[in-house]
Design a protein around this ligand. Sequence first.
Ligand SMILES: Cc1cc2nc3c(=O)[nH]c(=O)nc-3n(C[C@H](O)[C@H](O)[C@H](O)COP(=O)(O)OP(=O)(O)OC[C@H]3O[C@@H](n4cnc5c(N)ncnc54)[C@H](O)[C@@H]3O)c2cc1C
Length: 369
Amino acid sequence: MADYDVDVAIIGAGIAGIGIGAELARSRSVLVLEAEEQPGYHATGRSAAVYLKHYGNDTIRWLTARSEAFYLNPPAEVTETPLLSPRGELMITDGSDEDVFIRQVEGSALLREISPREALSLVPILRPEKVRRAAIENASDIDVHALHQGWIKVMRKRGGTLLCNARVSKLTREGNRWLIESPAGVVSAAVVVNAAGAWADKVAAMAGLDPIGLTPCRRSMAVLPAPEGYDVSRWPVFGPARELWYCKAEAGTLYVSPAEEDPMEPHDAYPDDMVLAEGLDRFEQAVTIRVTRIERSWAGLRTFARDRTPVIGFDPAAEGFFWLAGQGGYGIQTSPAASRLASAIILGEKAAGDDERTVRAQLDPARFR
Ligand SMILES: Cc1cc2nc3c(=O)[nH]c(=O)nc-3n(C[C@H](O)[C@H](O)[C@H](O)COP(=O)(O)OP(=O)(O)OC[C@H]3O[C@@H](n4cnc5c(N)ncnc54)[C@H](O)[C@@H]3O)c2cc1C
């Protein structure tokens, strides 16, 4: 006997699970199961919170562009707080990665090349000899907390349920329903959405499915005191064209990431001291300040499919099993469009046009089956 009977059960209360939960709750009964006490505890709560239009492959860019209107003008019922705060993204090259720099600038109309002198005036701690060429894009900071909490609020208002401390341990098919077992109770649902982030392949295995081949990759962040004598509040995010580190000024501190992408098993990620030290060394070589103290640090898992494109759609191998995973390093900025698209597929709505049809095919888990 099930404790809950719903149209759609969603596993994972990160930005992906909550986004689609809020969207589907308009017309379906939904319930989200989250393993942790705190929704957003894993990747969602650990991101750099940047919205960058030229980031990722074409499918990612499509989703990011389709999310922009929502970000610029979020529905008041979700949040009254502006979700985007403009800031630039400055890409530099010292010559060693000029090929990457050229490819990026030529591949994006959004990136505008500026003179090294302009770059140095934007971020005065850069070493002049490390800035042979530079380009800038209009990036923004995302208020991830406001979005995530806003979607939780809206989902509940629309009748949806969020169960925390509800780690799913078993998924079985009974007739045309899924039975989902967790310490918070047994849920019966017509559709199950796998939004379990780094654990998505493990969740699929519980349902007797082969893995898609998702790889969780660790990325860390060190928080440094801002250098004295500089107003860092207007600095763009900056880093080299080959992502060997990047730096973002935040509330009187500098966040510096070694930009690593180390594959690992899903777990509660934490930084590796050596990886942090090496990343900070690369940062130090490009700037005129010394790293004297790390105030704190953290790490999270960015989970990629083999083609670095998210996996969104029904699994052809199991009726009613829907994937919403593999968002990599773009899961926040793409979440409004990804939630809407995923919801439309579940509701059986037709693609809005040729480009959406193409994108649906690129996201379809069937490409791995
Ligand atoms: C350092 C770093 C910087 C980043 N910077 C950016 C950025 O600037 N911009 C951007 O757009 N993206 C960024 N990202 C990526 C972004 O954070 C992710 O793509 C996004 O958060 C993924 O969301 P999610 O909901 O899929 O995963 P998660 O937030 O990890 O949520 C998955 C949830 O599933 C739950 N779960 C797992 N197994 C079970 C189970 N068996 N039962 C119940 N629940 C379960 C987990 O507890 C977890 O809460 C960054 C990531 C990192 C780590």
